[in-house]
Ligand binder design. Structure first.
Ligand code: NAD
Length: 348
């Protein structure tokens, strides 16, 4: 009997170059606004997702993590690292790539770079949370930590929350200068500050997005006035936090997935039964968000797999008819499924 020919099952792959082109094709602000809507939709159907704290492999200098989830039809995962010391070696603190697959067959549907996509989805998620939690009419945001994530955060808050002024601070003035340069001409007023205390002056929203593998204190209790919304992004690993414990004790705390945030978020500093609210429940209308104008609200962001799933699915849809991907020959798929060996031999 003649051996069955082999067929090839190609998987669309979005490279860094294509992701950048896709961002330009859509527009960076529209991309983040669309993505926030996509993430919000998935938060509304939160209970039907498979959820698990991400699987982390820690070292002295950083962490490598896998973040899986599924909605029963589509499966997704992200590989991501966090290495604060990388920057001093000319490398990114955070890099990532991810995959979507068809639950019915297990076959991959999309492979994508996710370093850029993580910055976009993190900013979209932060601004989406602030839309529900920040004081009404907030116009000024302090942005502490002006590294890779910073401009994305500023622009997502501009386009999704109507922020008109960002007050920048970083321990490295070169980072602040870079951020100010990148934000100039983008319809948002930028003030460069020389301390965190100066940056928070008049801010209704405070975003902390610093990187340091230690218990840091970017904000102390006396710096946080009544009614402020804190978007704490940088503390996302055991032993890596940004806020003083006393701030947590007087804040209404909102989280993504409590079993993961209790390990990785600011709330690792609190007792395991300290009350927190799951953000999806606010979005689904099950529980209230901000209770009063004077309440301090805190989004203790660590980044959850569902946000990456939403981002990958958004990219898969946005790619259609753009040609902004390559077809990867990454699944061995013989015409006779049992003749894997024969396919290999015929290739010789
Ligand atoms: P980055 O290294 O590019 O930038 C971090 C900046 O923080 C640097 O410019 C550094 O000088 C500054 N910094 C460090 N200590 C500071 C301090 N005490 N005060 C002020 N500035 C300080 O890193 P990045 O890619 O922008 O990421 C920032 C943090 O956000 C990282 O910790 C990363 O793990 C985290 N992160 C979280 C999420 C999430 O979903 N929550 C997603 C992506 C990244």
């Amino acid at each position: 009997m003649a051996a069955a020919p082999s067929k090839q099952a190609y998987v669309p792959f979005v490279s860094v170059a294509h992701m950048m082109q896709l961002v330009h094709h859509i527009g960076v602000e529209r991309f983040m606004a669309d993505l926030a809507a996509e993430i919000e939709e998935d938060f509304r159907r939160w209970p039907l997702f498979d959820k698990t704290p991400r699987v982390a492999s820690h070292s002295q200098v950083g962490v490598i993590e896998l973040m899986p989830t599924s909605d029963g039809e589509t499966y997704g995962f992200k590989y991501v690292n966090g290495h604060p010391s990388n920057m001093s070696r000319g490398l990114q603190t955070v890099t990532a790539f991810g995959l979507l697959a068809d639950v019915a067959t297990g076959y991959p549907l999309l492979l994508s770079e996710m370093t850029i996509l993580t910055a976009l989805r993190t900013a979209s998620t932060s601004a989406m949370a602030a839309k529900w939690l920040a004081p009404k009419g907030a116009k000024t945001m302090a942005l502490i930590g002006n590294g890779a994530q910073a401009e994305f955060q500023a622009l997502a808050f501009k386009t999704i929350c109507g922020i008109g002024e960002v007050r920048l601070y970083d321990i490295d003035p070169a980072a602040t200068a870079k951020c100010a340069r990148n934000l100039s001409g983008r319809g948002i007023e930028v003030i460069c500050c020389t301390s965190a205390s100066e940056a928070i002056l008049g801010a209704q929203i405070i975003t902390t997005v610093t990187a340091d593998k230690q218990f840091a204190t970017i904000l102390t209790d006396n710096m946080v006035g009544a009614g402020v919304h804190i978007n704490a992004v940088g503390g996302d690993c055991p032993g890596k936090t940004e806020l003083h414990h006393d701030i947590l004790m007087r804040s209404a705390i909102f989280v993504e997935y409590p079993p993961q945030t209790r390990i990785e978020g600011e709330i690792q500093q609190l007792a395991g039964d300290h009350p927190v609210t799951e953000l999806w429940e606010v979005i689904a209308g099950r529980v209230p968000g901000r209770a009063s104008a004077r309440e301090v609200t805190l989004f203790d962001s660590v980044g959850f797999a569902i946000e990456d799933f939403s981002a990958l699915r958004y990219v898969a849809r946005a790619l259609k008819d753009t040609g902004l991907c390559e077809q990867l020959d990454m699944i061995a798929d013989p015409d006779d499924p049992r003749d894997l060996f024969g396919m290999v031999m015929r290739a010789g």
